[in-house]
Design a protein around this ligand. Sequence first.
Ligand code: SIN
Length: 302
Amino acid sequence: MGYALGARVSGVDLSRPLDTDTVQQIKSAWTRHLVLVFPEQHLDPETLIAFTRHFGELDNYETQPFNRHPEHDEVMLLSNRPVNGKLPAGAYNGQNWHTDLSYTPRPAKATLVYCIQKPSVGGDTMFASMYAAYEALSPKMQAFLDDLEGVNDVSLISARRDPAILEAFKRLNPPVIHPAVRIHPESGKPALYVNDRVRTFVGMSDAESKPIIKFLCEHSQQPRFVYRHRWSVRDLVLWDNRCLTHLAVGDYDPSEIRHMIRTSTMGDYFGRFENPRSAETANTSAAATSTEVAQAASMLHD
Ligand code: SIN
């Protein structure tokens, strides 16, 4: 569907159990094209969860409990449809270039989004190939980046947030360090891992880091590396967070409903906390059962 990435998959009904050969074909198309679009699917939270299981262990969104579907912890609401008269916390998620859950020690592998309702105009999602972005850099720049580590900071998620939710987000997700370049575990290819949510580089000052981060973000967001998905209702889009960044384009009338459901699988890659003591309070399963998480979740539903 795009020069650098993206393919449409037809002839498969994702609401039904899939045979091993079909799953294998989907996985190999996914590795090749990074973003797969399955039009005209008829999914609900249960069937979306069942399909997601083919791509790994489901994330139950302990790191952002306020965005969960009320009945399914593994499903996130990306929706501005009011719940009890209130805008859901995930209404305007992802409106800067990012890769899912990079602000956690275990960022997402696959993300799947199913479109239930869309605005009449806009509300697209853009995807950039970080393989292509890395490959287009000079060998000197590549070598420089190969040794760098970025500090991924949840406070850099997009600005349209309730300040109380942002505070809860930060308490649950202290800054995490990941390499600036990661090797994809399946393709073996290097991909840039720097996006709008990287605050600084380890061992460098902010003044030194910021211009490089700005350059890398602008570089990777060039149209030649990007596929822009114009949603249709009943599209299911599957993408790979290990070699892509994406952006939910905030170019629609907020009085119109954009309603999507999302699942993700846990990546097998581990980062480390910027402050090693953060581990005590961070998004571990122990923390997930703490009152702090319960309080954060209740903000949405009170
Ligand atoms: C996200 O998962 O970052 C949001 C994607 C979207 O709503 O288009």
